[in-house]
Design a protein around this ligand. Structure first.
Ligand SMILES: [Zn+2]
Length: 214
């Protein structure tokens, strides 16, 4: 398999940790980074400059674990701030980057870097968030973590935004704005729901019957 001892070959890898808010994504990212640091591997941690909830230069989880991180204004900024000796790149809140982050992640992995990404897979409407679908598709390993539904205590895969006038997708906020919810208690009915309803009405009722018997 070409494992000649003189070959200095580092295999790159893309790992994604995703899920709703309050699911421990950042804790898991920090845990992986700490393990790499114990193994004396050179790690760099990045986060989008937009996410400044708690601290300008630290990645901070909801449970207040923290680790030094470099804020970047866009995906290219990661390459500009990368050291040659870096073996592991961790990127938190990766859903806030635009689609060019995919190229950057691929490029890093090709260079032999282990890339650990954490981010929200869905927004508060239950739609996929920014570059996440493609990132999940190109990754080698996906860890989808669940939070706890604030209504019933079941596993929560959705981020529910409490009623507000603001309908922007990106609203950096905390527990006063968002809650983790299970599918049953996530009752946002958006455009998708209307489209689906229109489709159901258009389907031949005879076909519907046949499907129900299966
Ligand atoms: Zn629930």
């Amino acid at each position: 398999m070409g494992n000649h001892p003189s070959q200095q070959f580092f295999a790159g890898n893309v790992e994604v940790i995703c899920g709703p808010m309050f699911s421990g994504k950042t804790e898991e990212l920090i845990r992986r980074v700490r393990r790499a640091q114990i193994a004396r591997q050179k790690v760099q941690i990045f986060k989008p400059a937009i996410d400044n909830r708690y601290h300008e230069t630290n990645v901070v989880s909801h449970s207040s674990l923290e680790i030094a991180a470099t804020p970047v204004i866009d995906a290219i900024d990661i390459l500009k701030k990368l050291y040659d000796s870096t073996r592991i790149v961790a990127i938190d809140e990766i859903q806030f980057f635009d689609h060019s982050i995919i190229k950057i992640v691929k490029k890093l992995a090709r260079r032999g870097v282990r890339v650990i990404c954490a981010g929200l897979d869905q927004d508060y409407r239950g739609s996929s968030f920014g570059p996440m679908p493609e990132l999940l598709a190109i990754s080698d390993d996906v860890c989808k973590v669940q939070a706890i539904c604030t209504v019933c205590g079941a596993g929560a895969t959705k981020t529910y935004r409490k009623p507000s006038d603001n309908t922007e997708q990106v609203l950096v906020g905390e527990a006063d704005l968002y809650e983790a919810r299970c599918r049953t208690h996530f009752d946002y009915y958006g455009e998708d729901e209307d489209e689906l309803l229109a489709f159901t009405v258009a389907v031949n009722p005879v076909d519907n019957q046949a499907e129900l018997k299966l």
